[in-house]
Design a protein. Structure first.
Length: 195
């Protein structure tokens, strides 16, 4: 997995285990360091594919990469590919969420639609596969819940009364953008095992 994010790795492990796919998962922390290209793609798909290609070239191992983020209707799809660094610092979850809530402060509830998007890419010697998962919902006015990461405390999935941060990991995996994308990637991952 072309990531150092332990929460993303745990999510992929749960999805693979649930699908009965037996693969040994390594992260970027488990392989020799290599130069990682910056995420400069205009789409989640471009960034995921670039990360997976870099990891495959550097390690020779089949590599999966995810690029994901939040698209907010009232912000014309932003923060989008800039989600992790919306406030100016990569991975500053509280600052990113605070800025988003401030930007939506005067936006009425009916115009607070949003979706989490995940593009997952698999690059191996056999193929390149890119899939996309979308999780529709809206943005609440105050953070709720202690689970998940990123914008989870302010994202209310469509049809739910609980934010993504209030769901259990298994509940989230079953419906999340990354869970949906990884589920679409399972057939290609299963081919790697020959089963």
């Amino acid at each position: 997995m072309a990531s150092r994010n332990r929460k993303k790795l745990a999510e992929l492990r749960r999805v693979l285990d649930g699908a009965g796919v037996a693969l040994t998962l390594l992260s970027l922390d488990d392989v020799a360091a290599f130069d990682e290209a910056p995420e400069t793609g205009a789409t989640f798909e471009e960034n995921a594919l670039a990360k997976a290609r870099d990891a495959f070239r550097a390690t020779g191992l089949a590599s999966v990469a995810d690029d994901s983020g939040l698209e907010v209707d009232a912000l014309n799809g932003m923060p989008g590919v800039l989600s992790a660094r919306w406030s100016g610092w990569h991975g500053a979850d509280l600052a990113n969420t605070g800025l988003l809530l401030a930007q939506l402060g005067d936006v009425p509830d009916e115009r607070r639609g949003a979706a989490f998007v995940s593009a997952c890419a698999l690059v191996s010697s056999a193929a390149e596969v890119v899939v996309r998962g979308v999780w529709p919902g809206s943005i609440v006015r105050e953070p709720r819940g202690d689970g998940g990461f990123g914008y989870d405390p302010v994202f209310l999935p469509s049809g739910s009364t609980r934010t993504a941060a209030e769901l259990t990991p298994d509940e989230k995996d079953a419906v999340s953008h990354r869970g949906r994308a990884l589920a679409l990637l399972v057939p290609a991952l299963r081919e790697l095992t020959g089963r």
